[in-house]
Design a protein around this ligand. Structure first.
Ligand SMILES: *Cc1c(COP(=O)(O)O)cnc(C)c1O
Length: 383
């Protein structure tokens, strides 16, 4: 069990997200160490957590940013990311968002369809600017993850099918306001083995070799996306993901002559383990067959359990050290049956007013919070 600065929690309004800055820094250190001396550039996928304090810690490392909306681009710049290192992806970028990207001078637009090529070209010509683009290719790789978070398969809405790549390249090259910088891939999220990344790197190598041999095209960079998973069940044992193994899987098949610069855009693995949702027990309800711990946080604060059936480790941090010998369902207060954090959780005897930590909540936690049931958005505390 990890130790929480519980005295700092006592007077605060719950629920709130607590971020362990020291763990965040050590995680970023490990990610940096994994790419040291390699032609790899690390980007952070802002959608995982756009808390400004977190963004400032990450931008101060010189990481790039992967954005998926105009507001993310603006926030990234406000929080210290260099516009040249901001890459913008998304299947449905609006004209307004594309113009935001052009006007801010971002480094690259990741194009997800043939249709989008003409749209970006016409807006770039309207501004009389030449913009760098990358084509997001759907490599048709099964990342063996939840069907809501796999993105690299054929029937998926993301990316351009491999069979349309040649047409897409010709189309980009026909526009004088577009500069083809590279290719972009992203096969899914919460990937917990390195095999899919190994398959991806072989696929990338095949594609770029073919483009060079058949078309004489040399890409300046290849963006391999994100997707490295974290250990939700053992956050203390595995607090820092294996960035080294991941980078090795991605690069061992890539010929450095073919791929001059590799970009990764990790979200979850950089910020997931440093965050916990801290919440208070409203009451313990004795049912006929079960006892329920009812928290003051619910799916409006942390959506992943309700959305993906995800499970986060749950700790009663007020009773830390007491034997975990009592079974409870841990639920939120929201009027939905899916508002459940855990069923049959083994916990110490729990009382009204105890503080709970829902672990590994630094990614897709605060960022997905909503005002459903007109609840307040959770606060945050970075120590
Ligand atoms: C969501 C996303 C990422 C980050 O995914 P993680 O699983 O959090 O690492 C990277 N690139 C793109 C294009 C994404 O949509």
């Amino acid at each position: 069990m990890s130790t929480f600065p519980i005295t700092c929690f006592q007077e605060r309004k719950t629920p709130f997200y607590y971020y362990d800055k020291e763990l965040l820094e050590r995680t970023l250190d490990a990610a940096e160490a994994a790419i040291a001396g390699k032609p790899v550039k690390m980007h952070y996928a802002i959608k995982a957590n756009a808390n400004p304090e977190i963004l400032r810690v990450i931008s101060s490392r010189g990481f790039g940013a992967d954005c998926v909306s105009g507001n993310e681009i603006r926030t990234a710049i406000e929080c210290g990311f260099n516009p040249r290192d901001i890459y913008y992806a998304g299947v449905g970028k609006t004209d307004e968002e594309i113009l935001t990207g052009i006007d801010c001078g971002i480094g690259c637009f990741n194009i997800e369809s043939l249709e989008e090529i003409d749209i970006i070209a016409s807006l770039a010509s309207q501004r009389d600017r030449k913009v760098t683009v990358a084509l997001r290719v759907n490599p048709n790789i099964d990342a063996h993850t939840h069907h809501y978070i796999t993105t690299g398969l054929k029937e998926n809405k993301f990316g351009i099918d491999l069979t349309l790549l040649d047409e897409a390249i010709s189309k980009v090259m026909s526009h004088r306001h577009l500069d083809l910088g590279g290719l972009h891939f992203h096969i899914g999220s919460q990937i917990t083995t390195n095999e899919p990344f190994r398959i991806l790197s072989r696929r990338i190598n095949d594609i770029i070799t073919r483009c060079r041999v058949e078309k004489g095209i040399e890409f300046r960079f290849i963006n391999a996306g994100g997707g490295l998973g974290i250990d939700y069940e053992n956050p203390d044992l595995n607090s820092i993901p294996d960035f080294e193994g991941y980078i090795e899987a991605l690069t061992e098949q890539l010929s450095p002559d073919e791929c001059k610069e590799l970009h990764c855009e990790l979200g979850r693995s950089l910020v997931g383990q440093c965050g916990s949702l801290i919440s208070k027990v409203v009451l313990v309800k004795k049912g006929l067959e079960k006892s329920f711990v009812v928290l003051d946080s619910g799916m409006s604060d942390l959506l992943r359990p309700a959305l993906y059936g995800a499970h986060h480790k749950i700790e009663n941090i007020s009773e830390a050290g007491q034997p975990a010998d009592t079974v409870y369902d841990v639920v939120g207060p929201i009027c939905e049956s899916s508002d459940v954090f855990g069923k049959d959780e083994l916990l110490p005897v729990t009382r009204r007013g105890d503080l709970f930590a829902i672990r590994s909540a630094g990614a897709y936690g605060e960022a997905m919070s909503s005002r459903y049931n007109m609840r307040d958005i959770p606060g945050s505390l970075l120590i």
